[in-house]
Design a protein around this ligand. Structure first.
Ligand SMILES: O=C(O)CCC(=O)C(=O)O
Ligand SMILES: [Fe+2]
Length: 314
């Protein structure tokens, strides 16, 4: 055995590839992920889908969850909602459990009339609108349950390097529900939200679920980025629960403070008519005093982008 870590790593990659060729479900899953991430092997989204299929057929439930998400968001093949639903139904039959629950939930998520949603206009410039009860309680509960095991300390983007780093401005935990993590009910809810606010699916960054414990907060900030070719022109916030005190979303320059009820959707503009950041959109998530606050947050770009190459390339 060599002591060199690069050689040891290459050998372990070889052994995973070998196991995948032998049909091992976990190895197939890992190799499919390499093709998605594009680090160990060059990125090949089509190939990833193909290997994921083999992993699912070999009995890998995690591969089934990712395959469903990729079918719905159009990774490695054109987005195909009917296929995603069919794959979810199949996974429910084979693996049961969460897939079965998601399949049942999806039926009720699809059965929602957006016209029942009252809209309160809180400000016209910048536009701030509150869509009352845009999501039902069980839909909010699903988003919390599906994201809670991905929670990590929330990061902010360093304005100079562009890298993500922890910062006292933002002390909550956050779970990014990226293209391999979204469940079909979550995507169906995103489609509902984007229909209500009239944007395209691929203008939106991945939903981030924020979790604030007592004392945690998101201090005053703008959601716009300092250097970008595709600005965050608007933000959508979904209040996933209401059993907490404090934690209001506050726009100090407008004298507006919002304590959303469960399922309420707040949508506001971050840019002026000329597309430049609107300083009046400054806002904070005030410290939670008691209980825990759960919030879904979606930053919306000016133009559609490819989720694998990122908004800056659009
Ligand atoms: O927690 C809040 O109410 C605000 C969250 C927020 O500003 C954001 O996600 O950009
Ligand atoms: Fe914000």
């Amino acid at each position: 055995m060599s002591n060199r870590p690069d050689i040891a790593l290459a050998r372990s990659h070889q052994s995973v590839l070998h196991a995948a060729q032998g049909g091992d479900p976990e190895a197939l899953f890992v190799v499919a992920f390499w093709h998605l991430a594009g680090d160990v092997v060059p990125r090949n989204l089509e190939k990833s889908r193909h290997i994921l299929r083999m992993a699912v057929e070999a009995g890998h439930a995690g591969a089934a969850a990712i395959e469903i998400a990729l079918a719905a968001n159009g990774t490695g093949a054109a987005a195909d909602w009917d296929l995603a639903e069919k794959l979810l139904a199949q996974a429910g039959e084979v693996f049961g459990g969460e897939f079965q629950e998601q399949h049942n939930l999806l039926a009720s998520v699809s059965n929602f009339d957006p016209k029942v949603c009252d809209i309160e206009i809180l400000s016209s410039s910048p536009s701030i609108r509150l869509f009352k009860r845009a999501l039902r309680p069980q839909e909010c509960a699903h988003i919390i349950a599906a994201s809670s095991h991905y929670l990590e300390p929330a990061m902010v983007q360093d304005p100079v390097s562009g890298r993500l780093m922890p910062h006292p401005i933002r002390t909550s935990s956050a779970a990014v529900i990226g293209p391999t993590r979204a469940t079909l009910p979550i995507y169906a809810l995103c489609h509902r939200i984007f229909g209500l606010i009239d944007i395209q699916f691929d203008q939106a960054e991945s939903m981030t679920v924020l979790h604030y414990k007592p004392g945690q907060q998101f201090r005053g900030h703008l959601d716009t980025l300092p250097h970008t070719r595709n600005q965050r022109c608007a933000t959508a916030l979904i209040y996933l629960n209401a059993q907490y005190t404090g934690g209001e979303t506050v726009f100090p320059k407008l004298g507006i403070s919002i304590k959303g009820e469960q399922g309420d959707l707040l949508v506001f503009d971050n840019v002026q008519i000329d597309g430049l950041p609107d300083p009046m959109s400054l806002h904070s998530g005030d410290p939670v005093i008691a209980g825990e606050k759960w919030l879904g947050s979606i930053w919306i770009r000016q133009r559609p982008f490819n989720m694998w190459s990122g908004p800056e390339q659009a």
